[in-house]
Design a protein around this ligand. Sequence first.
Ligand code: SF4
Ligand code: SF4
Length: 472
Amino acid sequence: MTDPKSLPCAVADGHETPPQNAPPCFHLLAKPSGSTCNIDCQYCFFLSKDALYPNGQHRMSETTLETYISQLLESHRTPHVTVAWQGGEPTLMRVGFFRKAVELVEKYRKPGQVVKHTFQTNGLLIDDEWGSFFREHDFLVGLSVDGPRELHDTYRVDRHGHGTFDRVMRGWEMLQRHDVEFNILCTVNAANEHHGRAVYRFFRDELGASWMQFIPIVERATDQTIDLANLGWKQQPGRKRVLYTQTGNRVTHRSVGPRQYGQFLVDIFEEWIRHDVGRVYVQLFDVTLEAYFGRHLLCIHAPTCGLGPALEHNGDLYSCDHFVEPGYRLGNIHETHMRELMASPAQLEFGLNKRASLTAQCRSCEVRALCNGGCPKDRFALSRDGDPGQNYLCAGLELFFTHSRPAMQTMAALLNSGHPPADVIAHTLAEDKRRGPYAPCPCGSGQKFRFCHGNGASSSRFAGGTVRHQHA
Ligand code: SF4
Ligand code: SF4
């Protein structure tokens, strides 16, 4: 899948004069049903965004849809454009809305523009009609799954508190039946943080996924909101939900631990580097390898950001999906062309501030060129020097980027000499043999290699047997 924030930014010949500072491409996330969702994941901050639009149903009108599609295609000076649908839950809009979107893309597409639709869903409403529509128009569908049943159902629940795993798997079966290109979006949270390998194996072996991304759950709260936040941002009796904003330096008990996030990634990396390089794509691993060549494909680990705006159902454009809050509203596309909003000083400053606000610890960090301080939304901890603005996940980021460095350097060298990076598997296995099965596992678990990432590793209690395989 094209990641929500990744940019295939090869600039094509321009046909018009863009406003000064207008980016040649960007990756907009459109929310046609606003924050409305048909389930109630406990960690979902986005449900609270209905507080921004207290009146009326949150549904994108056909007028806004047409304005959006035409402006998006006009704004791009690249041959490739991604039309990314997200939520809330976009399937609440019904198939007809997206048929119209496809028609409008054909109407406004510039000669030579190649348009890809992506669609992020919880999968519950995916049926034959959706499946055949996605296949017909070559949609790339991201399915949100947090791992095998027990892990997934911890937080991904419906309004009655019931787990959604079985219903998500029915959606997955529909995607399989219609041969829809899909990938997995998995959050890393307090429930699955110790089960990286089992989660990864489940996606690879049970769901047949060859592309996956792992998103850390970091729910910020203040001293005033932490109790409510721990309850799941639920509406208080007789009151509206509290609007989630990126404030406070406390986190909910559902949030992933900093070090645990890194260990989760390392756990998966050690499996991937022995078995799957070249056939399974893990977003952060790809992005990290690209960073060794000076290319930053993911905003979170790029030096600057600001190319991933979010569009609300009524045409309001925000700086980023993670900053849909009043202080980051750039304007409305019915009043100002999105190209101008993207070139506005406010958005420029938003993007540049990512670099300008790095702490001294980040600036002197050995893996800064790979990490770049992570996402500003997570920068609410204290640095080692006691400075505010350090990334809450720093310990885990440092662990992952440091741990993966030797193998990444090997892959980079392989690429430089014209060899496939998958040849790193042979290097890794040779190193395993040299070290022997009873040496400590390189993942840092403290277990002997043989009983951890070695071939004799036992399956986790979570892996396997939880879903029926069904191929189209
Ligand atoms: S704030 Fe974070 S998620 Fe948003 S564009 Fe910047 S790095 Fe990306
Ligand atoms: S690992 Fe930590 S110190 Fe280094 S750049 Fe990332 S957030 Fe900053």
